[in-house]
Design a protein around this ligand. Structure first.
Ligand code: ADP
Length: 257
């Protein structure tokens, strides 16, 4: 009986997913088709720019959707390597900005000289985009998102079940509507969404959560209704190995040559 229940829950989930995705894609395609229609009719540069912008955002949402689906369906293992997280975020900045409408703002606060972290850059970018899109959906005019990046030293169990050590922390803070404790408790469940059909699939945070588990990090939520939400990601920092410095010197020397 439990197996049957599980099966029916699975079918229900798949049904919800297919319905939600189909709606989403239809909406996005109609945004793009309307935009194209408008482009055919107008030469006004302001209208053209606005239309292109809207279409770009719709296409980007479509790309994020397929990303989420792939991550969910394949449960792909991460391709982790030591990366400079600051550099990865900086090179992704333009995409993140484009995810927000003009009346919302994105700020960065980045600690200098951070140690590297083991990440899969593609998945990391997709996680950031998920978080920024969630922030956008929770905010109104003059919404503000802050991406705060620093290194922290944690004692054991200070955060979730993380072992003591040094971590790179990425915080995405918004001043949006916040979550109720009930929503917060379920937010990382696959398919849990409070958004209208066609607006959300409930796969965003579960994807990010899955990634954090795979890289032996953690995800924490802090939210207050009417105040805003902070999602924090903790990545184990890469310890400098003895000999790293030497290699840096050697590389530097090579560059000079
Ligand atoms: P989706 O965005 O498709 O709904 P997610 O898994 O990303 O799926 O999020 C699940 C739910 O968590 C959202 O529907 C929303 O209720 C809540 N949520 C996530 N991020 C935020 C946020 N920044 N502010 C308020 N609520 C949020």
């Amino acid at each position: 009986a439990r197996e049957a229940l599980f099966q029916s829950q699975k079918l229900e989930a798949i049904g919800k997913l297919t319905g939600g995705i189909a709606h989403d894609f239809n909406n996005l395609l109609s945004v793009i088709m309307n935009g194209l229609e408008l482009l055919r009719m107008t030469k006004d540069p302001a209208m053209v720019a606005k239309s292109v912008d809207t279409m770009a955002r719709a296409a980007q949402r479509g790309a994020l959707l397929t990303q989420q689906l792939l991550a969910f369906a394949r449960q792909q293992p991460l391709r982790q390597e030591a990366h400079d997280v600051t550099r990865v975020i900086r090179s992704f900045e333009a995409v993140l900005r484009r995810a927000l409408p003009d009346d919302m703002h994105l700020y960065f606060q980045i600690q200098a000289d951070l140690p590297q972290a083991m990440i899969d850059p593609t998945q990391f970018e997709s996680a950031l985009l998920n978080l920024v899109v969630n922030a956008r959906d929770a905010m109104g005019d003059d919404g503000e998102v802050l991406i705060d990046l620093d290194a922290v030293t944690l004692s054991e169990h200070e955060v979730e079940r993380l072992p003591a050590g040094r971590y790179i922390r990425v915080m995405v803070k918004d001043n949006g509507e916040g979550m109720t404790p009930e929503t917060m408790a379920r937010a990382v469940e696959p398919f849990f969404t409070t958004k209208d059909v066609g607006k959300g699939t409930g796969l965003g945070l579960s994807q990010v959560y899955g990634m954090m588990q795979q890289c032996e990090g953690a995800l924490t939520l802090d939210s207050r209704v009417g105040k805003g939400t902070t999602v924090s990601l903790y990545f184990p920092a890469v310890q400098k190995q003895a000999g790293d410095d030497q290699q840096e010197v050697a590389l530097g020397f090579e560059k000079v040559l």
